[in-house]
Design a protein around this ligand. Structure first.
Ligand code: ZN
Length: 120
């Protein structure tokens, strides 16, 4: 088996309205990089699942950077889809990841309906 590695592990929500923004952003920000991309409703809302996916990415591709993207008006959060709640959950996810992989770089983003990426 050949050794293949990638730079980053990217997590976003499944919501179709945001995919073109994410695709464009990744093209601009990960131009010469490779990444594993996973989409789950609510992005990191089910953190256990995300951690399992990350473990696989690390094991297979020796990933060392994580990008977590939550978005405005997320159906998986319903009425709880506030900026504060997303920022809180993103930070919990970051803390959990750094506890297991202290050397990782973890970037958090809140994606607005108009396509603007806000760093959290
Ligand atoms: Zn969503």
């Amino acid at each position: 088996m050949s050794i293949h590695t990638c730079d980053a592990f990217v997590v976003a929500c499944i919501d179709f309205r945001f995919q073109r923004f994410i695709k464009k952003w990744l093209e601009e920000n990960f131009q010469n990089k490779t990444y594993d991309y996973v989409g789950f409703a609510g992005s990191t809302k089910d953190l256990k699942t995300i951690m399992n996916q990350l473990d696989i990415s690390v094991r297979l591709h020796h990933t060392k950077q994580v990008v977590l993207i939550h978005h405005e008006e997320c159906g998986a959060y319903g009425t709880e889809s506030t900026h504060d709640r997303h920022a809180k959950d993103l930070n919990i996810a970051k803390k959990t990841i750094l506890k297991k992989y202290p050397q990782f770089k973890v970037d958090l983003y809140y994606l607005h309906l108009d396509g603007k990426f806000e760093r959290i």
